[in-house]
Design a protein around this ligand. Structure first.
Ligand SMILES: [Zn+2]
Length: 250
């Protein structure tokens, strides 16, 4: 336990773009890189533009890749990356809730199905909602179902501790509309990264809805909206920018 007390964990923001942003504007999709002791440890979503953003910031692909759902801006680069890395004898570990993983393997990866065994291209690690899934021996996550147009799970990352439930470090909502019980599940973490847009809808929360939650430290993926663009009433929201680093306190 002593060694992990000394770990330094941080989240590097690779992109904050939404569905069409990379296709039409070349902006990196929403993606986060979890760094452990300054080294890439876990990639959170692999939508369009993410590999280029990693190399732009000087990072290698980490061994763990968490995918929240099968939308192009969250998993669009998965087929090419798994195929290329497998050819380089780098079999990535793809972590997803079990039904999301099935969708990725049968739908997202379909372009390779005639020539490859999809199972062998990656290590597909899955968990049911709320179960522990270990990133390594010291850190694990639990998925919780978000409210979205495609089956989608946000999650909480924990550090193993003497207490039964571990120490929650941060949570990511992935894409989600406002859902009280989902936010209750992920609000155990002291730092929340939430999807929100200026005008919410069924599948993406609105700034006004997430403003009400500010018990934890909250950061927003605003999908193209910048801090300068938000109204005075919303200035307590912190909108993430590409290249930003959030230090996690252990
Ligand atoms: Zn989505």
């Amino acid at each position: 336990m002593d060694s992990i007390q000394g770990d330094k964990l941080s989240i590097f923001v690779l992109g904050v773009g939404g569905g069409a942003d990379h296709v039409y504007k070349g902006i990196c999709s929403s993606s986060l890189l979890l760094l452990k002791n300054e080294q890439p440890f876990c990639l959170i979503d692999l939508g369009l533009g993410v590999v280029k953003a990693l190399s732009h910031y000087g990072f290698a692909l980490p061994p763990n890749v968490v995918i929240t759902h099968n939308h192009t801006d969250h998993s669009g680069e998965l087929p090419v990356v798994l195929r290329v890395e497998h050819a380089r004898e780098n079999r990535l570990r793809v972590i997803a809730q079990e039904e999301v993983s099935s969708r990725l393997q049968s739908h997202r990866m379909a372009e390779h199905a005639q020539v490859c065994n999809i199972q062998e291209l990656a290590v597909w690690d899955t968990a049911k909602e709320g179960e522990r899934l270990y990133l390594d021996k010291d850190y694990y996550l639990r998925f919780y179902r978000a409210k979205h147009s495609e089956l989608c799970f946000g999650f909480v990352v924990y550090r193993q501790s003497a207490e039964e439930d571990g120490l929650p470090l941060f949570a990511y909502s992935a894409d989600s509309g406002f859902d009280k019980s989902f936010y209750d599940d992920i609000s155990v973490a002291p730092l929340l990264i939430l999807d929100a847009r200026e005008n919410g809808n069924d599948w993406h929360a609105g700034f006004d809805e997430v403003s009400a939650l500010i018990d934890s430290e909250v950061f927003i993926i605003g999908h193209g909206i910048e801090q300068e663009d938000i109204s005075n009433a919303q200035t307590q929201l912190s909108l993430l920018k590409p290249g930003q680093v959030l230090e996690l306190s252990l």
